[in-house]
Ligand binder design. Structure first.
Ligand code: SAH
Length: 391
């Protein structure tokens, strides 16, 4: 079946030929005769079909491309989507170990599936649908999950997706099989309870798994501060690595309650305390630590916020450096898509220079392979981290 066609302006085909998955309104000569959420073909002014994607006439990103080239595929049949989900699952297989029961199964553009996030917690899939085109093809995704043996799917809705992207699917259990919304999972053999209903994101920050394991390796005997701790992911790993004491600081009381619970799940007697505070203030207090983790929320949610966000990152990094004992380690992160690796490094450089300390980079960290980065979509590289040795 031919799809309605969106025609590009002459000379505006470069980003599509480069397989960038976002098509902006400025490149378009002629809109397709299609509705929001429909699958459309994208062609050059000369009629060469370059890609297929989901149409959204209301967005700056008029089309989210999921397939490049002219194609014999029947996108309105389940098989295409089931195969895509199976490929995503196969990609994760080498990284799945028996002692890790939670991982990201679908990472949107990173898996050629724009607008879909799916995280696995044991036998449950927590799904986020961010665009109408994918929301309309939800039955295909459910069929794909079922083929992989996942029969319990919880949909987490996002207000932005409803308002801006017209995703009007009701959240909650999507499948007949329902279950508890607190899930017990393991990560590298450590135990965590995850609240998929009221927690942030899909409940747990799976993207920090490998970075948490690195903290474990450096924690023996250290006094550790986990700033922006959420439910204590880094804290549990630090304690597993033999930390002398760990403080988890977050502004969310429910997150801290779960952090305490997660510590108790793993250790009968741990030197752990939770502190409900604003980290900007807390880092100004006169305490010292041997290892600090700084994993704040995305300060720059859009491009206009980059300037203020940069000040925010510099502030917490500078004050964290003041809090470190000589030879201390700083694990510092940014998950803002709008702050790239170079800028983040410059901000941290500025903090180091102001702190007046000798600082060396030991590791440059990123997101794990279950959060793959489509090389044509650099925006997908959102998690940046540095491990700094501060003399
Ligand atoms: N490192 C965590 C994830 C951090 S998410 C993990 O590995 O699981 C960011 C956290 O920062 C959230 O829990 C949020 O409640 C908290 N937060 C946001 N702004 C804050 C502030 N100004 N002070 C303290 N905590 C804050």
């Amino acid at each position: 079946m031919p799809y309605p066609t969106l025609v590009l302006k002459s000379g505006r085909d470069r980003s599509v030929r480069n397989r960038h998955p976002w098509l902006f309104s400025g490149a378009i000569k002629q809109l397709p005769k299609a509705k929001h959420g429909d699958i459309v073909a994208v062609s050059t002014n000369q009629g060469e079909v370059l890609a297929h994607g989901f149409f959204n006439p209301k967005s700056q990103i008029v089309c989210r491309l999921f397939h490049f080239g002219d194609s014999p595929f029947a996108f309105e049949e389940a098989a295409y989507w089931v195969a895509a989900v199976q490929r995503a699952h196969a990609l994760r297989q080498p990284h799945l170990t028996h002692d890790t029961t939670c991982f990201r199964l679908l990472h949107a553009e990173g898996d050629g599936l724009p607008g879909v996030i799916a995280d696995v917690y044991g036998e449950v899939v927590v799904l986020q649908l961010l665009i109408k085109g994918m929301a309309q093809r939800l039955p295909f995704l459910l069929q794909a999950f079922s083929a992989l043996g996942y029969h319990k799917v919880w949909l987490k809705t996002k207000k932005n997706a409803r308002v801006l992207e017209g995703v009007d699917v009701q959240g909650g259990w999507l499948t007949e099989a329902t279950s508890k919304t607190t899930r017990s999972v393991q990560e590298h053999g450590l135990h965590f309870n995850v609240d998929i209903e009221t927690g942030q994101k899909t409940g747990f920050f799976l993207d920090q798994r490998e970075n948490r394991a690195l903290v474990q390796r450096f924690s023996a005997g250290k006094r550790v501060l986990n700033a922006f701790s959420y439910t204590g992911g880094f804290s549990v790993y630090a304690l597993a690595g033999g930390a002398a004491a760990v403080d988890s600081v977050d502004s969310s009381e429910p997150a801290l309650a779960l952090a305490e619970e997660n510590v108790r799940l793993n250790f009968s007697d741990a030197a752990h305390q939770t502190i409900a505070a604003d980290c900007f203030d807390f880092l100004r207090e006169d305490r010292t630590y041997d290892l600090i983790v700084l994993d704040p929320p995305a300060f720059a949610k859009h491009a206009r916020a980059v300037r203020n966000a940069s000040h925010g990152y510099k502030d917490i990094n500078l004050n964290a450096m003041h809090r470190l004992t000589p030879g201390g380690l700083l694990f510092t992160f940014s998950c803002s898509q709008n702050i790239d690796r170079d800028l983040f490094r410059k901000i941290v450089f500025g903090a180091a220079a102001d702190a007046g300390r000798t600082v060396r980079v030991l590791y440059q960290l990123s997101q794990p392979p279950d959060h793959p980065i489509n090389i044509y979509h650099p925006e997908g590289e959102y998690l940046k981290g540095l491990v700094l040795h501060v003399e």
